[in-house]
Write a protein that binds this ligand. Structure first.
Ligand code: HEC
Length: 141
């Protein structure tokens, strides 16, 4: 009984935490390849977690922690590989990487502004290529 409940919870979580597509397409995809989260999707989750942590660090006047290899965004395999291969994706990704570099080397007065700039870069790419997670990303603002 207990394991049934965890199974249902896991299933619900899988359905909520999918990426760009509309709900219906997501479900179709999950049936085709269950539990296959792409490299890019996993990286995105780590980026999200790191950003949430750094939002807290900025609020609490603590040092930033930027330890992820953000460059991976350029080569990670996506659920829809053709999306990440587009020149549009590459342009957004490079702009994002620049904003991360700026944040890394920002002084305490610049941090807040540069962090907002990073979040704007997350949103710019998502508005164009992957609107699904925007609701979550807005929590970083
Ligand atoms: C260059 C474009 C681009 C940038 C910049 C970008 N994303 Fe993404 N993001 C994507 C794409 C494309 C996917 C879909 C990945 C897949 O399914 O393979 C995605 C997926 C996600 C997901 C869903 C992952 C899942 O569980 O399936 C989240 C959350 C996310 N991004 C958050 C962020 C955050 C936070 C940032 C900034 C720190 C960011 N993204 C920056 C393109 C981008």
């Amino acid at each position: 009984m207990k394991s049934n409940i965890s199974l249902i919870i896991a299933l619900i979580l899988t359905l909520i935490t999918t990426s760009c597509e509309t709900q219906k397409e997501d479900i179709n995809k999950k049936i085709k390849s269950p539990n296959q989260d792409s490299e890019l999707a996993l990286l995105m989750r780590e980026m999200y977690d790191e950003a949430i942590m750094n939002k807290k660090n900025i609020t609490n006047n603590k040092p930033l922690k930027i330890n992820l290899d953000h460059e991976k965004i350029l080569n990670a395999i996506a659920t829809e590989p053709e999306k990440a291969a587009s020149s549009e994706f590459k342009a957004f990704a490079n702009s994002y990487l620049q904003s991360i570099e700026k944040l890394k080397y920002s002084n305490s007065h610049q941090k807040k502004e540069y962090f907002e700039n990073v979040v704007n870069n997350c949103m710019a790419c998502h508005q164009t290529l992957c609107p699904g997670p925007l609701v979550r990303i807005k929590k970083l603002q």
